[in-house]
Design a protein around this ligand. Sequence first.
Ligand code: GDP
Ligand code: GDP
Length: 461
Amino acid sequence: MTFTLAIVGRPNVGKSTLFNRLVGKRLALVDDQPGVTRDLREGAARLGDLRFTVIDTAGLEDATDESLQGRMRKLTERAVDMADICLFLIDARAGVTPLDEALAEILRKRSAHVILAANKAEGAAADAGVNEAYALGLGEPIRLSAEHGEGLNDLYAQLMPLSDAFEERAKSEAPETDVALDENDEDEEDTYRRPTKARPLQVAVVGRPNAGKSTLINKILGEDRLLTGPEPGITRDAISLALDWDGLPVRIFDTAGMRKKARVQEKLEKLSVSDGLRAVKFAEVVIVLLDAEIPFEQQDLRIADLAEREGRAVIVAVNKWDVEPEKQEKLRHLRESFERLLPQLRGAPLVTVSAKTGKGLDRLRAAVEKAYEVWNRRVTTAQLNRWLTGMLEQHPPPAPGGKRIKMRYMTQAKTRPPGFVVMCSHPDKLPDSYSRYLVNGLRTDFDMPGTPIRLYMRSQS
Ligand code: GDP
Ligand code: GDP
């Protein structure tokens, strides 16, 4: 079992139906610890080649109306804390209800990985409900039919990369790594407890071999910084380690350690790339570490682009700044290259550091914190619509074939990264340049530099 998936959602959306489908004949393993049994059941699930534990939060049918919301809330929180990934179901036929919204709020705040699915989505009757689901702020919903087994491929596609990452984590957390734990008992316990409320911010450090990733991570760890993970980076086999970065709890995905084992250069390149990919998929903030001597190499560009496409908050850090002779001139040059080669990351922070001396690491830390904050930023619908009106007036959309494209309404559909839906006539005819105009406007007017911004054009029905 690589990970635990909790199916959450209000009663009657189809959780049990999906649970049964995932668990199949491998009967639900009912845990009879008091308090756990009645509300949560657990089973061994299979989806394609994925094996995982699934938790179902059923069993609230008998709740009286006034207590339903409260109990639902508690139960969902418990399931979220037990699980690595939450699958949030809504009923596409019923549309989004206030209880769905309340649960979405909990999930947005509390769960690191949420997959949204609109169930009962077989047939066109579900279209409106599926569209409404965007407004929950949890990204693009999967169209699912638990009863008919439709949409399971899409669920698989979303689980697969996460599963890979969790598998790596399981390996790095396996007891045979035989690492010295901190003497402090409390901390020792902490190391094996899954982070829940104060979930560390997930950071990946990626970059070419020899960019200085290991040096950087070791420097951040410092001498007296407390390791809260069971897999200290010191072993250099670790895939991730949790630490307190001057008061900021982070889990750093180290793509260097594994690579160090590879001997042949070719193998080394391959490993570091696929390693980097995995780390990117799992991270919230990605630090692309460049070597000041040879910045923006193909490999750097590829991984930065991937991080953007995966929707991560990206920071570009230029390392070995201590040995850079012409700092001013170099910086100007770097900024220029950055804009030209990575236009998709416009406004992302460029931080110069020396992993060796530690200079600039405080600014790097601040950039990580800020990028994370922007990545989570939420803009109200009222603000957005006022803004949209202004943007349309300033520069109206084109009128292909004499018919002007109209945009009536805009809302933020998701965070992490921020995604917006615009209700639009003939979205297929809208030129990319106009979308870019809106995206760049959002960046500037709502102070969202660097973070990938998604803009979805939806036709009005
Ligand atoms: P739970 O309370 O969330 O566990 O929901 P259940 O799994 O008990 O399902 C509630 C009702 O919705 C049942 O009557 C199911 O047969 C029905 N249902 C579940 N999935 C689907 C689906 O994909 N399509 C349709 N049309 N009905 C479904
Ligand atoms: P990795 O392959 O990305 O993990 O890179 P390493 O951390 O192993 O560093 C590669 C080489 O660059 C080592 O010789 C480091 O000592 C050196 N190095 C790393 N960071 C710095 C730095 O900030 N300044 C200087 N001058 N050298 C550095």
